[in-house]
Design a protein around this ligand. Sequence first.
Ligand code: ASP
Length: 327
Amino acid sequence: MKFAQLLGGVTFAVAAATLAAPAAAQSYPTRPVTIVVPFAPGGPTDIVARSLGQAMEKSLGGTVVVENKPGAGGTLAVADVARAPADGYRVLVHHIGMSTAPALYRKLPFDPLKDFEYIGLINAVPMTLLVRPGLPVNSVKELAAYVKANRDKVTLANAGLGAASHLCGLLFQQAIATDLTTVPYKGTAPAMADLLGGQVDILCDQTTQTTPQILSGKLRALAITSPRRIETLKDVPTAAEAGLPGFELSVWHGMYAPKGTPKPVVDKIVASMQAALKDPDLVKRFTDLGSVIESPERQTPDALSRYLKSEIDKWAPIIKKAGEYAD
Ligand code: ASP
């Protein structure tokens, strides 16, 4: 083959690929879109992703499935999506852990600030401090005293280093100036099952999962991490009211696609997420579970990118002070 012919072939191939990209973006989605969730099924992150995915099916005009990929405090799932083809068919829903991982892990197999296209902020939700049935305490003050007296046997469950429950547990231990033995799970759904069964003593978890358990009286919440009491759990005191000023935590969620996902595809996912966050069934479900949907200006790629950066800067010194990290 002559050089000119070869060159012509290459030029044609490049032109065809360039033309194919917008065409693929235009017809997106032509097959199911997978939302990867970094924790076990049935837990708070899973509930957010499944509700969103279900509502997005209407606005995206295609099937949305959820795949749980728990492990290493959520970082396995993030690395998975960072390395996935940048075509909009594998996206991630993750929480505040996206911003704490850089301070918690010495080696992280992804860069939250470089490896993703941002879709937008979804919602924010407080956490509740729960104790197992039968633990002889009725308030945060009594829990702090009990924990100090029984330090060697009290256990605190979490969903791994980098989970919101881990961060909440860290803040709680700092607030009462006591280190506890922690028990990591693949998500707070299995952690809650063990709390209910009495295998672990304490769990701090999002109201998304804990609200029904608290309202039915199956579990006792000693405090909530919001600055004010929330309507759905008005009998639960804020941490400040319970004697732990400054113990505040709002778990925000965001949606991400792999870096390089074509802009028209990103735009379609953004529009679909924004439409889903207005869906009456989703709005009711989120509200009933104490979860606040982000305002429309924050449901955008720019807002998520800016907020993620500010959260990374906020949590790094706090985590460093706690001296907690993994290799
Ligand atoms: N609530 C969990 C956490 O601690 C995660 C989950 O299971 O959704 O981050």
